[in-house]
Design a protein around this ligand. Structure first.
Ligand code: IMP
Length: 423
């Protein structure tokens, strides 16, 4: 049985959590493959909004097993808060959530290193969520990291101490003023590890291999978006993992020839949180309207998201890099009321018109070229069938499908599970 993927195609925050939740009824296993608590996956149903950071978005369904894969980095402190928040909902977490022994641990000092690194960068800062993601992946690739499996060893605290001491020395090298009380941070960390250790740790690549063999349906859940990918994103303003399709192979141990559908999610416009290039960014009242109506604030940090028109050059790039087989368009409802919509179909770059994403998309190099389209004014949020959608929205969808050469299978018209139109 092939493993399907679900990926964000922009700069994150496309609505992956909602769609995984909608699709979970068709899957036996939901597996997160990269990123960490820098992600904020929002799900809404029965009038309640849930935000997950590390736990896969299938957790609310009885039928599905949820796996945190080896490519994920886990902060026990944030993980405990997530579990505590789920306490009220009567979910049998212990039987529904498995964690890869090979996933890496975020230490309190990783968070401090993140803060020190960002502070030292001044204006050139990445705009990191400061959750310690970069330093943890640095320790992973530097072959110094601590893994979940280490917690099963009797000497894990010694390993922890050696790494934390090294980090403290490194914080000193940055020569910035970072205030912290490590004793307090460690007490919270050790306390959270106690809870983490009550969960089941597995060799997830073997589990997933056997699951595939026995015909189980698996959905790999991505975090962040393709333009934040460490290799293919807008480097250095990216996260520290491979958010693209190949990341699911390395982050779960799934062979490339076992990948099935690649489901790509995008918003009907574009947002970005943090620093870095964003060619179609708006600084006018249209951008302000998108932010206000779309409630564009980071689910993890609460920071306002930058907003702009849909960028098809960037989206096409993401479709190609990931091999997307079907698309899902989110937040069309937010654009209701715009008389005209703009879609970027090419860039002016070094005096030429190009339709691919060049090496450098800083605004001084790239000017978007727009196609204008008619907007729609109807409230979409109560619509449940394709036939109800306004003709101008259908034109918008048709135009995107033609440009991207991939069908749009889901049109989401609101944050709730039920506000989802299948085509
Ligand atoms: P980090 O991964 O927390 O270090 O953040 C690096 C960059 O990725 C920053 O611009 C963040 O705002 C962005 N980022 C990280 N995670 C997310 C996410 O889940 N959604 C949107 N942006 C994110």
């Amino acid at each position: 049985m092939a493993v399907d993927l679900l990926l964000g195609l922009q700069w994150g925050d496309e609505g992956k959590g909602k769609i995984v939740d909608v699709l979970t009824k068709d899957y036996d296993i939901i597996a997160r493959f990269q990123g960490g608590p820098n992600a904020g996956h929002t799900l809404e149903f029965d009038g309640i909004k849930h935000v997950l950071h590390t736990i896969p978005s299938g957790i609310f369904h009885k039928n599905a097993m949820n796996i945190v894969g080896n490519g994920v980095v886990i902060d026990p402190v944030i993980f405990k808060k997530e579990l505590d928040a789920l306490d009220a909902f009567n979910i049998d977490i212990k039987s529904k959530l498995l964690i890869s022994r090979k996933a890496h641990l975020i230490l309190p000092t990783h968070r401090l290193l993140d803060a020190a690194s960002e502070t030292s960068k001044g204006k050139a800062k990445i705009g990191s969520t400061l959750k310690g993601i970069g330093p943890t992946y640095m320790d992973k690739t530097g072959r110094n990291g601590m893994r979940i499996g280490d917690l099963e060893l009797s000497n894990w605290k010694e390993k922890y101490r050696a790494l934390a001491n090294k980090h403290e020395a490194m914080i000193g090298f940055y020569n910035v003023d970072i205030q912290y009380d490590l004793k307090e941070l460690e007490s919270e960390f050790f306390n959270s590890i106690k809870l983490l250790k009550t969960l089941t740790f597995i060799d997830s690549e073997e589990y997933l291999y056997q699951a595939q063999k026995s015909g189980k349906k698996i959905l790999a859940e991505g975090a962040q978006g393709s333009l934040l990918d460490i290799d293919f994103g807008t480097y250095p303003f990216v996260t520290s993992s491979n958010t693209t399709a190949a990341g699911a192979c390395t982050g779960l141990g799934v062979a490339p020839n076992k990948i099935g559908d690649v489901k790509g999610i995008f918003k009907a416009y574009t947002t970005r949180v943090g620093s870095g290039p964003f060619p179609t960014e708006l600084f006018d009242k249209d951008g302000e309207t998108m932010g206000r109506v779309g409630n564009e604030f980071g689910a993890t940090t609460g920071r306002p998201r930058r907003c702009g028109w849909l960028d098809l050059v960037a989206l096409k790039y993401a479709v190609n890099v990931n091999g997307v087989t079907e698309l899902m368009m989110m937040k069309g409802d937010v654009l209701s009321g715009f008389k005209k919509l703009k879609v970027c179909t090419a860039y002016k770059y070094k005096g030429e018109t190009i339709s691919h994403l060049p090496y450098n998309i800083e605004s001084e190099n790239v000017t978007p070229i727009y196609t204008e389209m008619k907007g729609w004014s109807e409230d979409l949020t109560k619509m449940t069938k394709v036939e109800e959608l306004p003709a101008t929205l259908i034109d918008y969808i048709d135009f995107l499908e033609k440009e991207l050469e991939v069908p749009i299978k889901i049109v989401s018209v609101g944050p709730d599970r039920t506000q989802t139109i299948h085509r």
